[in-house]
Design a protein around this ligand. Structure first.
Ligand SMILES: NC(=O)c1ccc[n+]([C@@H]2O[C@H](COP(=O)([O-])OP(=O)(O)OC[C@H]3O[C@@H](n4cnc5c(N)ncnc54)[C@H](OP(=O)(O)O)[C@@H]3O)[C@@H](O)[C@H]2O)c1
Length: 422
């Protein structure tokens, strides 16, 4: 069988795993799928570095032209990471008619329109299953299995690092900093964890999911984003006492023709399927008018799970007679500026007669209805008590205004966490 010449951009954690998986499964793929591949060139920074791979002499290069411009190479797999020069190489390859398979959500999200336009003009394919949730086949499901649906919401746990941190905080009552340090020691968080813990990584992935769900362009900058760095063990524990589990949730929801896009810490009821997604696992929960509620679950990162998605895309690209590009218009998604959900509000309040009435009055002034209120523990040495409120569905803007209007002489230490999934 004729082998399709392919090129790699990068050969770190993911690229090495792809190389190994192709070596291990190449013959079965040839028999089962009827396609065979030959890795012709691999771009790296340091060609002398030992990578423990069985790569023939002359395959590694530090010259991107040798991959991007090689006329024999028809499919390029990109796992260099970062925005540039990865995006530039991908766009050049696509324009030149080479199909690209990428794991790079950042470059894809930030350069979506240019990549799609380059693919159209080059008549090339663009495959990106591995860019969202590693091995979990949610991209293909959204583009090839759920097209009949009008999707009303997508909610995902799409960052393994933050899910690991929040799962351990929930299980052990441990503080954020201590669990983050542990995750870094175990290689589950980067030395600079900003992209994960501040929700940037989840926002890149959400932009891709939202475009597939709503068929319009979503810029990552239009997504409301809040990370997990301010989450306290007390919030996690209070939520648990109310039957709620804390997750960093990426939410894209349609209501009244507008789309809400947000990434933030979110409580979900303990009996919601997303509550049981723990540690480094990922899940995406999709509500379609015909399919109903559907959840995709699995390993969202790691070399082999990610390689599984990349090799699957490679096989699809190699077998395709015609490449289907995502059904997403260049026009911007109509964005909702405000949204409604339930809220968990915890605050320290001066333990004096009338204070509760003032707080309740401020909520009422903005039309916020309280579904439950508990006082946690006894009055502290400064004369404050911890109060926890759960609201019925309320507008985000109204909750913020109500909290802003409360007298700072009587309340302190406010945390506000959205509740989804009821
Ligand atoms: N790690 C995961 O679990 C995971 C999961 C899903 C998606 N991804 C995505 O996969 C991509 C790669 O991740 P990774 O963990 O494999 O990264 P990595 O280990 O840092 O590997 C990056 C590779 O790209 C090469 N490279 C980087 N910049 C280059 C440049 N300017 N010129 C030439 N070569 C360059 C590096 O060469 P040297 O080896 O010579 O330095 C290295 O081989 C990222 O987009 C990431 O978001 C990762």
């Amino acid at each position: 069988m004729e082998r399709i010449a392919i090129g790699f951009l990068g050969c770190g954690n993911i690229g090495s795993a792809v190389y190994r998986l192709l070596e291990e499964r190449g013959s079965e793929i040839e028999i089962n799928e009827g396609v065979a591949f030959e890795v012709k060139k691999i771009l790296v920074r340091d060609v002398r570095r030992s990578r423990g791979l069985n790569v023939p002499e002359g395959v590694f290069t530090d010259d991107p032209q040798e991959v991007v411009n090689d006329p024999d190479i028809s499919i390029i797999l990109e796992f260099m990471g970062g925005e540039q020069p990865a995006a530039d190489y991908v766009i050049r390859a696509l324009r030149g008619g080479k199909t690209v398979v990428t794991a790079n959500k950042m470059a894809l999200s930030l350069h979506w329109k240019e990549m799609l336009s380059a693919a159209r003009s080059g008549g090339a394919g663009l495959y990106f299953e591995a860019s969202v949730c590693g091995a979990v086949p949610v991209i293909r499901a959204m583009s090839s299995s759920l097209q009949a649906n009008r999707i009303s919401s997508v909610m995902g746990i799409i960052n393994g690092t933050t899910n690991y941190i929040l799962s351990r905080m929930s299980r052990e009552g441990a503080p954020y900093d201590a669990v983050l340090a542990d995750a870094q020691r175990l290689g589950l968080a980067e030395p600079d964890p900003t992209a994960d813990v501040e929700g940037y990584d989840a926002a890149y992935k959400l932009s891709i999911l939202a475009m597939l769900a709503f068929h319009r362009y979503v810029s990552v900058g239009s997504i409301y984003r809040e990370g997990i760095t301010e989450v306290t063990p007390l919030d996690v524990q209070c939520g648990q006492e109310l039957g709620l589990t804390l997750k960093l949730l990426a939410v894209a929801k349609e209501s009244d023709g507008k789309i809400q896009l947000r990434v933030h810490p979110t409580f979900v009821p303990d009996d919601h399927p997303l509550a049981s997604v723990s540690d480094a696992f990922n899940a995406v929960y999709i509500d379609g008018h015909a399919c109903g509620e559907t959840m995709f679950y699995g390993r969202g990162a790691g070399p082999m799970p990610t390689a599984s998605a990349l090799v699957s895309d490679l096989i699809c690209a190699g077998k395709a007679k015609r490449h289907e590009l995502p059904a997403v218009e260049d026009e911007d998604c109509p964005l909702a500026k405000d949204w409604s959900c339930e809220y968990f509000v915890r605050m320290r309040a001066v333990d004096e007669p009338g204070v509760l009435a003032l707080i309740a009055g401020e909520f009422a002034r903005y039309g916020i209805s309280i579904s439950s209120m508990i006082q946690k523990g006894e009055r502290d040495e400064s004369g404050y008590v911890q109060l926890i409120f759960l609201t019925h569905k309320a507008r985000e803007h109204a909750v913020r205004q109500a909290l802003k209007g409360m007298d700072s002489a009587t309340i302190a230490g406010v945390s506000m966490i959205r509740v989804e999934g009821r």
